[in-house]
Write a protein that binds this ligand. Structure first.
Ligand SMILES: *[C@@H]1O[C@H](CO)[C@@H](O)[C@H](O)[C@H]1NC(C)=O
Length: 247
């Protein structure tokens, strides 16, 4: 459960309070309101503020980071192509998220949120094999990354159903994409290495930071979408849709 804690900040925003804490949104939004998206934007950001210190009534603990078990990248093919696997990826700073835009189509239960996070700091353990920059870059070490100005777009579609006289949403589809304006990253504490190789690797990594992220992106998007979907499903199960949007 721990790794899902922070996804709350991104995704609780899509759901409603329980009847016992309907104040976390600062009020309902009306479907009849021409400016319902502006109302949702305000409500979701209210909710994020509420969650920052933890929300035991929603089973949400306070957390500022998100943890991803494992990611790998491969650059170049062949037996000596460079491959790296990152483990225990810890991204902190995600609690500083703000929702900057909401677009909804309430007739079809579709939502698109734009999220902004000013700064994410990441650490991980990595292992690599193969040849990079003409040198054998097999080994392992610590990875760090500083990501500035992260923007994400999250789309999801729900389907309503009735339970005990209330309307709930079941998640039917979720997609996400993100971009990072500036990236600084590097490796340190390398095994089986020396300072010359470490400096060369760091130069390569920083010069190619955006390409490396691009390599990781499909996996990262899949992984995050899967976690968010699982999490969102559990929340949507608990909180009726008509607790946050009224006709
Ligand atoms: C992730 O990093 C943050 C900030 O350094 C730290 O507070 C948190 O305990 C770390 N989480 C894990 C699971 O290592």
């Amino acid at each position: 459960m721990e790794k899902y804690q922070v996804l709350i900040f991104l995704f609780i925003a899509l759901v409603a309070p329980t009847s016992s804490n309907s104040n976390v949104f600062g009020g309902h939004c009306s479907k009849q309101d021409d400016d319902v998206d502006a109302c949702l934007l305000k409500s979701f950001n209210n909710l994020i503020e509420h969650l920052k210190s933890g929300a035991p009534e929603l089973d949400i603990e306070q957390s500022d980071s998100i943890v991803i078990d494992e990611l790998s990248i491969a650059l170049g093919g062949g037996p000596d192509g460079y491959k790296a696997t990152f483990k225990d990826i810890n991204a902190s700073g995600v609690d500083d998220v703000t929702i900057t835009n909401v677009r909804s189509d309430l007739d079809t239960y579709q939502f698109q949120l734009t999220l902004s996070i000013p700064h994410i700091s990441t650490t991980a353990r990595y292992r690599s094999s193969g040849i990079l920059l003409l040198v054998r870059a097999s080994g392992g070490g610590d990875y760090w990354g500083e990501y500035e100005n992260v923007k994400a777009k999250v789309y999801f579609r729900g389907e309503p159903y009735e339970r005990k006289g209330k309307t709930y949403l079941k998640l039917k589809q979720l997609k996400l994409d993100f971009s990072v304006k500036d990236i600084k990253m590097g490796v340190e504490n390398l095994e089986n290495s020396n300072s010359v190789l470490q400096a060369a690797l760091n130069l390569f990594i920083n010069t190619n930071a955006h390409e490396l992220l691009k390599e990781m992106k499909p996996q990262l998007k899949r992984d995050l979408a899967e976690k968010m979907s699982g999490f969102l499903n559990r929340i949507l199960e608990k909180i009726p849709y008509d607790d946050w949007i009224v006709d």
